[in-house]
Design a protein around this ligand. Structure first.
Ligand code: MG
Length: 270
């Protein structure tokens, strides 16, 4: 099932499911509350017309994994880490499909794209065993791990480079775990102004989803609605010769097979 939020006629938002013939009601309230409820989504009535939709999920925490595809590590001149390289983004990074990615030209001039498969956690958990890791997965979505390379390369921490407002387009839906037989068999793509920049498959992921969940849960309480960005393959702008970075007005589109596509334009403040 492809879950999202939809706007009702009275202006309130509810949880729905995107089907080929339209949107179906699933539950009242927010998508985060629904994930926290632990309920299995069931299709309700079909929603009349074509309601406005959005992901509508503000994750409590966003865990990110760096250098998790060997070809991406090498394109930036890095070796593969011996254990997952963990960093964070913030709830205020999250934007919807169609929203603007914004930054100030006096802060960064090297803004880059990274398509990533995202794991959505379904229940609070600590010390999850690797062989039980899928039990805590609610589903999967797509992110663009927008990155300011000049800050990433010049500052010891990646907090500013990766954590700026609008630097995490997320969505456009969450596909429930049952609908994806193997998260390590999905094509990933990025397009900038209609030109394909990244094209790979999640089978190339180095540290796989169950290992990442077990590893993260050794040191953090995973909470329902938390997300894990699992890393990006080769094809980022900073790995090109010459490097190519996002500019004002650029359209960047990222997609993961079987989940969906995020399209966002860039807006630079001068
Ligand atoms: Mg990344």
């Amino acid at each position: 099932m492809k879950l999202l939020s939809y706007e009702r006629a009275d202006g309130t938002w509810a949880v729905g499911a995107q089907a080929a013939d339209g949107v179906y009601h699933v539950a009242d309230g927010s998508l985060l509350d629904f994930i926290r409820s632990g309920n299995t989504p069931q299709l309700g009535d079909k929603v009349a017309g074509a309601p406005r939709t959005r992901l509508g999920l503000r994750p409590p925490k966003l865990f990110c994994i760096g250098r998790n595809y060997a070809d991406h590590a090498s394109e930036l001149g890095n070796t593969m880490p011996s254990k997952p390289l963990v960093f964070a983004k913030y709830p205020t990074c999250v934007i919807e499909d169609g929203d603007l990615i914004r930054w100030r030209a006096d802060i960064t001039q090297q803004v880059d794209w990274e398509v990533e498969l995202v794991v959505v956690i379904g229940k609070d958990a600590r010390d999850v065993r690797e062989d039980a890791a899928y039990d805590v997965v609610f589903g999967y979505t797509v992110a663009n791990d927008i990155s300011a390379r000049d800050l990433q390369n010049s500052e010891g921490q990646w907090t500013r480079a990766k954590g700026m407002d609008t630097f995490c387009p997320l969505g456009p839906v969450i596909v429930t775990r049952d609908a994806i037989a193997d998260p390590h068999a999905l094509d990933l793509e990025t397009w900038v102004n209609g030109q394909r920049m990244q094209h790979a498959n999640t089978r190339l992921m180095h540290f796989k989803v169950p290992f990442l969940i077990a590893y993260l849960s050794q040191t953090f309480t995973l909470e329902a609605g938390d997300v894990i960005l699992t890393g990006t393959p080769a094809g980022v702008g900073s790995g090109m010769k010459p490097p190519r970075f996002l500019a004002d007005g650029d359209e960047v589109r990222v997609s993961v097979q079987g989940i969906g596509t995020l399209t966002n334009r860039c807006a630079v403040q001068r």
